[in-house]
Design a protein around this ligand. Structure first.
Ligand code: ZN
Length: 702
């Protein structure tokens, strides 16, 4: 290959040497990176990658007998360079969403989409990979290499490589449009969430709210130079009000505001309405599926998954619904009876369900999320989590204060095993203005072999939205939040403890979407083990660990309303899957424009345990499927819960800290990442295919 096309991992000097985003051999230089660096860096890398690919497809070797080093390795290098720039930009867009960064990100998104569509439709490149595929035995390619090649060939087909030229253009147009629609959908939700707030000066109005939540609301008001308290739709605040506020009018107001975000209802009606975007997203996806020869988008989605067919997914969901719905109905009837007898409430409104649910939990188990908070100061939880990871997988985790970070509360850690550095991660745990809600793990760097003796170590972003420390008080987590932290850390371990050497198979790359939640959901189990709870809890004032009686109550309450909780997830999953199975290219005209809400109502007739208010527009903020990657894939959470409950049953049998089981899980699943298909890895660890029984037993539904 021409030497000027063989990019080193750092960018050539003639291009914007002052652009800190192009420092590819270091961790991102967050304090130096500004919004104006994003587009030039993206354009620079895209140009360099295009030149490289043009050279690859005319390289004589790749035209007759390509091998790994002549074709796949340079492609892996190209992808890694782009990933380094784009993951940084995406991360900043998520955690530092200033108007400038958002604009830069929005401007670059079509460039990235075009590049990927173009790459996926590159017929010559496809033929080169096909040639390499034909030589896999001759070249004795290893399992990971074979898996990567077959994944890449599938991606080519799903990118429309075999389409005629006019259909290709149509396909690319749809992809570009979808990428914009999804991005706009997410921005609308973010803007609508941010727009609502309520300033309260009379503390009596907040009766019932825990002290920690009041302190957070006071802090939020102070930041806006307001007196009293500021309530927002950030999840910790919303959740605290819905569960605890005695004031039903306040609960109703927030319930309406939250459930009608980005819609035609309530105070911001029409301002960020996502309805038309939803319709267009669905019709565009249906068109994409048709172009590729699938019956619908759900079929297309399943082509990339561990599930073998859409029929299998539907049957899976129906099966779980049939097990969970009766339990959910019983639980709801119990809640109604409780509210009627104890509070003389003839009927529960939607905004009463969590509130009385919390009261019933308290009466039945004498334990509330809030009173557990004092036992989970964030630093204790982190140290306990690291200790658990150490006992399971033999890793040492140590703070490294040298890394450049984007906010003063962000921390950076190194992971080592047997004294050797393995990976690093950022912890960005607290809510902040301009930070997207929710919790997630994202890749900053992928594990790859860069030279024969040199490795690029994986680095993860672990992001949560817990209430920040206030004044002299540390951040105190609810047990739910502890579980969230463990969940994201499980994703992080999958990304960081990989032993794969190619970007496309390292960590969660190349892992089927419906199997990707296995390591994360597995980690959650340790939040419920008495021995582990001893490690992650300590009263933030008197340092005592969780008292035995409280622990017992907590464990007794574990499956409280498990049926209702399960049905909520199943409703989302079933709605998402049906939506993408049934939507057609002519959706709005054909269905009179009410296709989505009608379908949701039909799904709820099978899944709901109480009637939802008419004003609710839940679908308008369902970012997972309209702005994220979960389209016809929300079932993945339940699917992977089955896998993780099954896997945990082995740990439970051997002892939850059994190092041999930990090592086997590490070697057979975590470390293998996307280097083999998910069912093979699962079967290798369990000695059989997945079984739904472990999950039902775990949730007390069987
Ligand atoms: Zn997850």
């Amino acid at each position: 290959m021409q030497s000027d096309l063989t990019l080193s991992n750092s960018a050539p000097d003639e291009f914007s040497p002052q652009n800190p985003l192009l420092s590819l051999d270091t961790l991102p230089l967050f304090t130096a990176i500004k919004a104006e660096h994003i587009q030039p860096a993206v354009e620079h890398i895209l140009l360099a990658n295009r030149k490289l690919i043009a050279a690859l497809i005319t390289e004589p070797k790749n035209l007759c007998d390509p091998d790994w080093d002549s074709l796949m390795q340079p492609l892996d290098d190209a992808e890694d360079r782009l990933d380094k720039i784009w993951s940084t930009a995406s991360h900043l867009n998520g955690v530092m969403n200033t108007p400038e960064i958002r604009a830069a990100y929005d401007n670059c998104q079509p460039l990235i989409t075009d590049y990927h569509s173009e790459l996926g439709q590159n017929q010559q490149l496809y033929q080169c990979v096909q040639r390499l595929h034909d030589r896999t035995d001759e070249l004795r390619l290893d399992t990971s290499q074979r898996k990567i090649i077959s994944d890449v060939l599938l991606e080519f087909r799903l990118a429309g490589v075999s389409l005629d030229e006019d259909k290709k253009q149509l396909f690319m147009g749809l992809e570009r449009r979808l990428s914009k629609l999804s991005n706009d959908f997410g921005n609308n939700v973010l803007d609508a969430t941010r727009a609502w707030s309520k300033n309260i000066t009379d503390e009596a109005e907040l009766s019932g709210l825990p002290e920690t939540s009041k302190a957070a609301a006071r802090e939020a008001a102070k930041q806006k130079k307001l007196d009293g308290y500021l309530l927002t739709l950030d999840f910790p605040c919303y959740f605290a009000v819905m569960n605890n506020a005695d004031n039903a009018v306040l609960r109703e107001e927030m319930y309406r505001a939250f459930g009608t975000r980005a819609s035609d209802q309530d105070s911001f009606a029409g301002k960020w309405d996502n309805k038309l975007k939803i319709d267009e997203i669905l019709t565009s996806r249906a068109q994409l599926a048709t172009l590729l020869g699938y019956d619908n988008y759900a079929e297309l989605s399943v082509a990339r998954k561990m599930a073998s067919s859409a029929t299998q997914v539907s049957a899976f969901l129906q099966d779980l619904i049939s097990h969970s719905h009766p339990a959910a109905l019983r639980e709801y009837a119990e809640l109604e009876a409780f509210a009627r007898e104890k509070y003389q409430l003839s009927e529960l409104n939607a905004w009463d369900v969590s509130y009385y649910g919390e009261k019933l939990r308290k009466q039945s188990f004498d334990v509330s999320q809030e009173e557990l908070r004092v036992y989970f100061p964030v630093d204790t939880v982190k140290q306990g989590l690291f200790e658990i990871a150490n006992r399971l997988y033999g890793v040492e985790i140590a703070r490294n204060s040298r890394a450049d970070v984007w906010d003063e509360l962000v921390e950076f850690y190194d992971i080592s095993r047997d004294g050797q550095p393995v990976a690093s991660f950022y912890f960005d745990l607290f809510t902040r203005e301009g930070k997207r809600g929710g919790a997630w793990m994202a890749s900053c760097r992928n594990r790859r072999q860069v030279e024969s003796t040199k490795w690029q170590l994986p680095v993860a972003y672990l992001t949560c939205n817990f209430g920040p420390p206030t004044g002299s008080e540390p951040a105190l987590l609810t047990h739910n939040e502890v579980t969230t932290l463990f969940h994201e850390f499980g994703h992080g371990l999958h990304h960081m403890l990989t032993s794969e050497q190619y970007l496309r198979s390292a960590g969660i790359n190349g892992v089927a979407w419906d199997a990707v939640e296995l390591p994360s959901q597995l980690m959650e189990n340790w939040c419920w083990q008495p021995q582990a709870l001893g490690m992650i809890s300590s009263h933030y004032l008197n340092k005592k660990s969780l008292p035995a009686d409280l622990l017992e109550k907590m464990l007794a309450a574990k499956n409280y309303q498990a049926g209702m909780k399960s049905m909520r997830q199943l409703e989302f999953a079933f709605f998402d899957f049906q939506l993408h199975q049934m939507a057609t290219a002519e959706l709005p005209q054909q269905q009179g424009g009410e296709f989505v809400s009608d379908l949701l109502a039909r799904v709820r007739s099978q899944t709901a345990v109480y009637a939802m208010p008419d004003f609710l527009r839940f679908q308008n903020s369902f970012s997972h499927i309209f702005a994220g990657g979960y389209a016809a894939g929300y079932y993945s959470y339940k699917w992977a819960e089955v896998l993780s409950a099954d896997v945990f049953s082995r740990f439970a049998g051997a002892g939850v800290f059994d190092a041999a089981t930990g090592a086997e899980f590490l070697n057979k699943i975590l470390a293998r990442g996307g280097g083999a298909d998910a069912l093979t890895l699962f079967t290798d660890f369990m000695g059989r295919e997945p079984d739904v029984g472990a999950l039902l037993r775990q949730d007390g539904l069987r």
